[in-house]
Design a protein around this ligand. Structure first.
Ligand code: PEP
Ligand code: CO
Length: 464
């Protein structure tokens, strides 16, 4: 193996947080050997292309929409589910792109998002205590001793499921599914009478007219036919990520080939830990989750480690502060990192700092709090004169009832109707689109107030 790739022994020796405890070391060895024989899931050149797009977002000329499941599950790798998630994300991107007039970089939490860090190693129900569910990559969701055993063979299944998902996603986005002229039909099954639906209809009709006009003027039809869509997940499990780290034959450099963009979670970003040690060596674009307790100097040290070459687009800092904390905690972090010279993409995750449990036992998030964190994020950037580069959302394409509030005004007692997530509560289709309209408005208003439109500025340069 190349000495550009750290060995598993090395990574284990420095210690990695949140790892499974496998009962059978020989079985782990067999799985890792099997994964090493498999072809890469993504191509290094695609990761580079995403990095260039993210560089645009770091410079204020594009906006990142990173979204998808909290935890993908093997049983949900179905065409309808993948299609619906893609639809809602592409609809949001359309709203942002056309309503806010900003190019949108589309990245899914998809095709690899199978491993979860947990705050507790065990879960107790009545008087039974079992290992916590750590995602389908590690164990099963059912509350039985057999399911909760950590099983390395699941890593091969993660590879297979991710390959199948990526294959369908690539077919959808390149094969005409994402054709902008079929926007209307994407959401034809929307809950009637919601004002989100009316706004969406009006916007898609407007876009369709504009596209028809462009085609009539001779613009290449193909331009509307395909889109770029990238896959990302939390790079949590050392065995899986290390086995899929490969040397790119073009450049001789190591890339994580389990997804285009890999991120490090709030619980695994120890500066001297194995996650940082592995990911800093990869050439992919990286994400770093940062919570309200992060000291600005720690985030700067992490940026120094992960973006040693000061490469625009290399690092995306995903702030997940909580609605009540973002205004206090975020400014010093932004100021510290900006002063250090790293050109990062600043992204708001308004989900993970706003989770609470209802009295009837559901883990949920309130749509108003999600909006409030987004608001705080935009306010902070407006005050500092920095660019709010994107949002990171847990969502699904179906009409689940997991987060309270939003257009349909879901109440706590509605949560039991369709609570389907394997881990954190996700925005449903209507809530997701409502959020997109809201973010589009903020992007527009802030630009007007600041008097600079990065998109127009960009076009002006292109025309000159
Ligand atoms: C997640 O993104 O699902 C997650 C666990 O986030 P965080 O690391 O920010 O808690
Ligand atoms: Co989550």
């Amino acid at each position: 193996m190349s000495d550009l790739i750290p060995t598993l022994e090395h990574l284990r020796s420095i210690g990695a947080a949140q790892q499974p405890t496998y009962p059978d070391a020989a079985a782990v060895g067999r799985v890792v050997a099997e994964l090493r024989r498999r072809p890469p899931l993504v191509f290094a050149g695609e990761a580079d292309a995403l990095k260039s797009r993210l560089a645009e977002a770091s410079a204020g000329r594009a906006f990142l929409l990173q979204a998808g499941d909290c935890a993908e599950t093997f049983s949900n790798v179905r065409a309808a589910s993948i299609r619906d998630t893609l639809r809602v994300q592409l609809s949001m991107a359309m709203v942002l792109q056309y309503a806010a007039q900003v190019p949108v970089v589309k990245v899914g939490r998809i095709a690899g998002q199978y491993a979860k860090p947990r705050s507790s190693d065990t879960e107790t129900r009545d008087d039974v205590t079992l290992p916590s569910y750590r995602g389908d990559a590690v164990n099963g969701l059912a509350f039985t001793p057999e399911d909760r055993v950590h099983d390395p063979k699941r890593l091969v299944e993660v590879y297979n499921m991710s390959a199948a998902t990526l294959n369908l996603v690539r077919a959808f986005v390149q094969g005409g599914f994402a054709d902008l002229r079929s926007l209307h039909s994407w959401n034809s099954a929307f809950v009637r009478n919601s004002n989100v639906e009316a706004r969406y209809e009006a916007l898609s009709a407007e876009i369709e007219r504009a596209l028809a006009f462009m085609v009539a003027c001779g613009v290449d039809d193909e331009a509307f036919h395909t889109i770029d869509f990238y896959a990302s997940h939390e790079a949590l499990l050392m065995e899986y990520e290390q086995a899929l780290t490969r040397i790119d034959s073009r450049t001789g450099l190591p890339y994580g080939t389990s997804g285009h963009m890999l991120w490090i979670g709030e619980r695994t970003r120890q500066l001297d830990g194995a996650h940082i040690d592995l990911l800093r060596r990869l050439r992919n674009p990286l994400g770093l989750k940062v919570g309200p307790k992060a000291a600005p100097e720690d985030v700067v040290a992490l940026a120094d480690a992960l973006d040693a070459d000061h490469e625009p687009g290399r690092l995306t800092v995903i702030a997940r502060m909580g609605a009540g904390k973002v205004r206090d905690a975020l400014p010093a972090i932004i100021e510290g990192v900006e002063a250090s010279g790293h050109e990062v993409v600043w992204v708001c995750d308004p989900m993970h700092g706003n989770t609470f449990s209802t009295s009837n036992g559901f883990k949920t998030r309130a749509f108003d709090q999600v909006l409030e964190e987004v608001n705080g994020f935009f306010d902070v950037h407006e005050q500092l004169g920095t660019w709010p580069g994107g949002i990171h959302i847990e969502l699904t394409g179906s009409d689940v009832t997991e987060c309270v509030g939003g257009v349909d005004d879901l109440a706590e007692q509605d949560l039991s109707n369709r609570y389907e997530t394997a881990c954190d509560p996700r925005l449903n289709r209507n809530q997701s689109l409502e959020l997109a309209f809201y973010v589009a408005e903020r992007l527009n208003n802030d630009r007007i107030k600041r008097g600079s439109n990065p998109v127009q500025a960009f076009e002006a340069v292109e025309l000159a």
